[in-house]
Ligand binder design. Structure first.
Ligand SMILES: [Zn+2]
Length: 424
């Protein structure tokens, strides 16, 4: 048994914000009560959470664990260790591994591997099309039976409108969300950052915001046509957010996520340092302002990191040649507190929602601190100062633009199925 004592329990599902003790028995939450009121906790191991926030287990619904195929950059073991260190209890891994997770045997490989080597829960996402090549629909039902929670061709968009329609139609019948990496590849061709004054100044090739929002518009209309559950991944542009807001007003089942780097940085922060290269690229100041509004007003459903490790040999090269993507797990809570909560843009409860009930709802799952529920708990500090040092990361890779950044508040402990998998 584990007793989490005296923490400030924040649970969006029950709207609880109070100091409580939580008793965990085995893999489940056994009792929640006012401090000192749990009588049968005498022989339990005690975690003193005085001064800390105790929340339902955080979910990162967009991550790359690189296994199978690119184990020099990350493995299920190292990736989930970094996730635990970042306060996440469950992660959804994208299918763009080598081979691509487009059939049940790869899905089972990931699920089995995660059972043995994973530090947190791993919920795979299956490829929407075979090999994510955008030609034929993949074996979605078989992958669903093997454990996928959604489909996506992430890394690229679902190639054509007709295929997107078929996939949405099919996934509606299975009640699975379709996650779109929204990008018009013709508008984005050859680009390495966002098009604008910053790209002109740096002499780097840019893609316009429309490269994303054109695809979002296509998909929103197809979601209306098919009544599918559509989720827009790593939404970065104001015009895309407006499409999602419009879709929600129409009652469509359209949701979206935003990454910490897109609500923190903008295109003017880009230098020739490839740690500032990601896709979608860092956007304009007005896009970031729109995302901050969407995070506050409920248009954005989830914060997801798009944790995208790349080993130094391939990432530490010229900006033009480097692959897209940065690490995300270990800085997510710190950035959310810094950019969203300490600035009074959103209440702490809303931040917790964006990491818990928000993504859970998109995935059709529950997330709450209630007796009888699985004991997945994220404990974090609201104001403890600390510095992120990427060389201490649990990830195999080092590609973070936030190395050396000072934070106020961050992960303190992570509990998965009653087990303390990380303690700061
Ligand atoms: Zn993507």
């Amino acid at each position: 048994m584990l007793l989490i004592k005296n923490g400030r329990v924040l649970d969006p599902a029950s709207k609880t914000d109070a100091v409580r003790d939580i008793l965990i028995d085995g893999e489940t939450i056994s009792e929640i009560a006012a401090p000192g009121k749990i009588s049968r906790a005498n022989d339990a191991e005690v975690f003193d959470a005085t001064g800390l926030v105790v929340a339902p287990g955080f979910i990162d619904m967009h991550v790359h664990l690189r296994e199978p195929g690119q184990e020099n950059s990350e493995t299920i073991e190292t990736g989930t260790k970094a996730a635990a260190r970042g306060g996440f209890t469950a992660v959804c891994c994208m299918p763009n591994t080598r081979p691509v997770n487009d059939n049940a045997s790869i899905t089972r490989f990931i699920v089995d591997r995660a059972k043995v080597h994973g530090h947190v829960r791993v919920w795979p996402i299956g490829a929407a099309s075979v090999g994510s090549k955008g030609e034929d629909i993949s074996e979605i039902a078989a992958m669903r039976d093997a454990g996928i929670v959604a489909v996506s061709d992430d890394g690229k968009p679902i190639a054509t409108a007709i295929l997107a329609r078929q996939i949405m139609d099919y996934c509606r019948s299975l009640d699975l969300p379709v996650i779109e990496h929204a990008e018009d590849v013709s508008l984005a061709a050859g680009a390495v950052m966002r098009e604008g004054i910053a790209s002109t100044r740096l002499g780097l090739s840019g893609m316009p915001a429309a490269a994303e929002s054109v695809c979002v518009a296509r998909d929103v209309q197809l979601a209306e046509l098919t009544d599918a559950r559509l989720h827009i991944a790593h939404l970065s542009a104001k015009a895309s957010l407006e499409q999602v807001r419009f879709a929600k007003k129409q009652g469509l089942r359209v949701t979206c996520e935003v990454t910490p780097h897109h609500f923190t940085l903008i295109d003017e922060d880009v230098t020739y340092d490839s740690r500032f290269k990601m896709n979608p690229p860092l956007a304009a100041r007005e896009d970031r302002e729109a995302l901050l509004t969407g995070l506050a007003d409920g248009t954005v459903d989830a914060i997801a990191t798009d944790h995208a490790p790349h080993e130094p040999a391939i990432k530490d090269v010229e900006f033009d040649k480097a692959p897209f993507g940065i690490l995300g797990f270990e800085t997510a809570i710190g950035l959310a507190l810094e950019e969203l909560v300490h600035t009074n843009r959103i209440p702490l409860m809303r931040m917790v929602e964006l990491f818990t009930t928000g993504p859970a709802r998109v995935l059709g799952k529950d997330r709450k601190l209630t007796p009888g529920e699985p004991a997945d708990v994220t404990i974090f500090s609201y104001d403890r100062p600390w510095t992120y040092r990427v060389k201490e990361s649990s990830s195999k890779s080092r590609n973070s633009p936030f190395d050396g950044r000072n934070f106020k508040g961050g992960p303190a402990a992570t509990i998965v199925a009653g087990r303390l998998v990380h303690r700061a």
